[in-house]
Design a protein around this ligand. Structure first.
Ligand code: UDP
Ligand code: MG
Length: 312
């Protein structure tokens, strides 16, 4: 059996409510492209009926479907990583299971690849998310652009196309907590972005709590740049210069005016400010140390329970 031209990777975590609609739209959309394809579903340890639905879909279209089952919930990016390791296509497209990225747009990404791009990102048009998600992603985008070299207009959209070479570089980087669209920018030779439609979640609810989103954004910043640490050293330098001046001034007052206790609250305020900066710095250091710790443990990034595929 020849490897297909196109692999579509779909991470699935508790999506039983939307899977039927996804199958009904994804397969016809891919058939319409007129290229050989496979769909690789990665079940990220769903606790609902998703696994059963995926198994049934494999039985319905075994020639172009593969399913990887995780033993637990390892997160969307690890699910995509597993999809990358289990797919065979020359071009690889990632897609969310919730139909927020219309599968009919995949053709647009492939056209951009025909023009010679090895990585095609996307920009969501008419984004259907609530205001705080939109505001938060704008703020994060700006911060990330400042401190990393990654220029991504819309980091949140996972409908993306990768050339096989880029995917292989990604699977070879052994990072534990990572953000795949950003990683791809490090390895792509000629990336581009195209606008795609964005829709309301078809069914079910978002798998990202506010906490998980914050964690993900931390990974995006600390995983790709040590600029926060450097900025912190910079703040440290400025603060110690200012405190030196302050000490000189206090010594001068002690000599010129004599002992005094009225300014004691001002001193407290200054000390609390310094303590705050220190705590922030320790937390930041901890963030990096934590990443190092996770990395040196060398645990498997994900554990596969079973893979459904047709014998080739
Ligand atoms: N997902 C996953 N593992 C997780 C969380 C999410 O595989 O731990 C999948 C989920 O099934 C969906 C995609 O990642 O296909 C995006 O999740 P979601 O739509 O909830 O994120 P949002 O669109 O709200 O950012
Ligand atoms: Mg979604």
């Amino acid at each position: 059996m020849n490897p297909p031209r196109l692999s579509v990777i779909v991470p699935v975590y508790n999506e039983e409510a939307g899977l039927a609609a996804l199958f009904a739209r994804l397969y016809p959309a891919l058939d319409a492209l007129g290229v050989s394809y496979e769909v690789v579903f990665v079940d990220d340890g769903s606790g609902d009926r998703s696994a059963a639905l995926l198994r049934r879909q494999f039985q319905a279209r075994p020639e172009c479907t593969r399913v990887v089952f995780f033993k637990g919930n390892f997160g969307q990016h690890m699910a995509i990583m597993a999809g990358f390791e289990h797919c065979r296509g020359q071009r690889i497209v990632t897609l969310d299971a919730d139909l927020q990225n219309p599968p009919e747009e995949i053709g647009k990404l492939l056209e951009a690849m025909d023009r010679g791009h090895d990585y095609v990102g996307t920009i969501r048009q008419g984004r259907r998310d609530n205001w705080w998600r939109r505001w938060a992603s704008r703020a994060m985008n700006r911060l990330r652009e400042r401190i990393t070299h990654i220029r991504m207009t819309d980091q949140g959209c996972m409908l993306r196309a990768y050339d096989r070479d880029v995917v292989e570089a990604i699977t070879q980087s052994r990072e534990v907590n990572t953000f795949i669209p950003a990683l791809a920018y490090l390895y792509a030779r000629n990336p581009t972005e195209v606008p795609v439609r964005h829709e309301e979640r078809a069914a079910g609810e978002s798998k990202y709590s506010l906490y998980k989103l914050i964690r993900l954004n931390f990974d995006l910043v600390t995983g790709f740049s040590v600029a926060p640490l450097q900025m912190f050293s910079f703040v440290g330098i400025v603060v110690s210069l200012l405190s030196t001046l302050f000490v000189i001034y206090l010594v001068y007052r002690r000599l010129a005016v004599g002992p005094e206790a009225e300014g004691v609250f001002t001193l407290f305020a200054i000390i609390f400010l310094l303590i705050g900066i220190m705590l922030f710095g320790i937390g930041l250091l901890g963030e990096y140390v934590g990443r190092i710790y996770q990395q040196v443990r060398q645990r498997p990034r994900y554990v596969v329970q079973a893979v459904l595929e047709q014998a080739s």
